[in-house]
Design a protein around this ligand. Structure first.
Ligand code: AMP
Length: 119
C-alpha cells in the first residue's frame, strides 16, 4: 500500500486539522479518538509516513521505533493506566478494519473491556 499524504492523520501532524492532543515528542503524537470506544481511547501515531505496523517495522529507523514504543509507554503512564491495565490495538489493512492508512496504536482503558473482537 502506498502512503496517502492526504490521510487525516497526516493532516493532524501537519496541523491542518486540530486534535485533542495528550502527548507529543520528536517522533510521536498522541491524541484522543474522535469516536471513543472506551472511557479512555487515545491514538498514538509516529510522525513519519508509515501505512501500518508492517511498514513501520520494515522501514522506520531504530530511533523512530524506540521513540514510538517509548511514547506509547509514556502515554499509558500519563493516563494512569499502568496499574489497572489497558488494551493496545493496531488494525492493519482491510481485514483488520484499518480506516486510516497511517500507522497508529489505539490505547483503550478506563474501564473493564469486553471481548477482544466483536463480530
Ligand atoms: P482504525 O480503524 O484503526 O484505522 O482507526 C482509526 C481511528 O481514527 C478511529 O477510531 C476513528 O474514530 C479515529 N479518527 C478518525 N478521524 C479522527 C480525528 N480527526 N481525530 C481523532 N480520531 C480520529
Amino acid at each position: 500500500m502506498a502512503y496517502d499524504k492526504n490521510n487525516i492523520f497526516a493532516k493532524i501532524i501537519q496541523r491542518e486539522i486540530p486534535c485533542d492532543k495528550v502527548y507529543e515528542d520528536d517522533f510521536s503524537l498522541a491524541f484522543r479518538d474522535i469516536s471513543p470506544k472506551a472511557k479512555i481511547h487515545v491514538l498514538v501515531i509516529p510522525k513519519g509516513m508509515y501505512t501500518g505496523f508492517d511498514d513501520f517495522t520494515d522501514n522506520a529507523s531504530d530511533k523512530e521505533k524506540v521513540g514510538f514504543s517509548t511514547a506509547v509507554s509514556k502515554v499509558i503512564k500519563q493516563l494512569n493506566l499502568s496499574e489497572k491495565g489497558c488494551r493496545l490495538i493496531s488494525n492493519l489493512g482491510n481485514d483488520g478494519g484499518q480506516e486510516v492508512p497511517h500507522y497508529h496504536v489505539h490505547i483503550l482503558g478506563g474501564e473493564t473491556l469486553g471481548a477482544l473482537i466483536g463480530k
